[in-house]
Design a binder for this molecule. Structure first.
Ligand code: SF4
Ligand code: SF4
Length: 211
């Protein structure tokens, strides 16, 4: 079966990141790990929130019946920065597992990364982490104002890393690879007209810096 464009873009991005990270010194890798520390802290908090409030309902509603609206085939946009952070945090065999899943994909309805034991990513893409279907939102957040408020705060925090109306980590990580001459269709912060417009607006009207 010929590899789909989606799988090829993913595979090439993972290999590119793997190669480039392999050229960095221990000190540079350490610097990169420190740079993403606050984001990982945030991701840990989101994961705890999801586990505490949604895992039971999701298991009951979807995973036991295998009818999940999450994890559909080619249903998510992975950002280049998602790939960078995941490869950085993964063991070599985990990265090989991703590459193998992409190259041995035989089609179907499920995301290429979804395997029997769950998602193959060590740190799954941010779009996956922040996704809640309508049923999940209504059932769990529906009448609970406090929980809704907590979820909204997490969504606002997510924007500090991903929404480029000010300099954000996701853009910065792409930039790091572009500066050494690399390019990928997953570099949405440098390719997506919508995100480029947000960035251009920010450059024209830079946010006021605190005195
Ligand atoms: S978020 Fe919705 S679609 Fe996804 S697993 Fe939970 S209940 Fe199912
Ligand atoms: S990357 Fe992982 S979490 Fe995201 S859709 Fe695929 S299997 Fe699901």
């Amino acid at each position: 079966m010929e590899m789909s464009e989606y799988n090829r873009d993913q595979l090439e991005a993972i290999q590119m990141v793997q190669r480039q990270l392999g050229t960095l010194s221990k000190g540079q890798i350490g610097g990169l790990r420190r740079r993403i520390g606050p984001y990982l802290q945030f991701r840990g908090e989101v994961a705890d929130f999801q586990k505490q409030h949604f895992s039971e309902m999701c298991t009951e509603k979807c995973f036991t019946s295998q009818t999940s609206a999450c994890c559909g085939r080619e249903g998510i946009a992975t950002f280049f920065a998602d790939v960078v952070m995941n490869v950085l945090l993964s063991k070599e065999e985990e990265v090989e597992g991703l590459l193998q899943a992409l190259s041995e994909d035989t089609g179907g309805f499920k995301c290429v990364y979804l395997h029997e034991k769950g998602c193959l990513w060590r740190l799954k893409p941010i779009v996956c982490e922040m996704f809640l279907c309508e049923h999940a939102r209504d059932t769990v957040l529906g009448k609970d104002e406090l929980l809704r408020d907590q979820w909204e705060k997490l969504r606002q925090r997510e924007k500090r890393y991903t929404w480029p109306s000010s300099p954000v980590l996701f853009d910065e990580l792409e930039e790091m690879f572009i500066r050494v001459g690399l390019d990928s269709p997953l570099m949405y912060y440098h390719r997506s007209p919508g995100l480029l417009r947000v960035k251009a607006k920010h450059i024209k009207n830079p946010p006021k810096r605190p005195a």
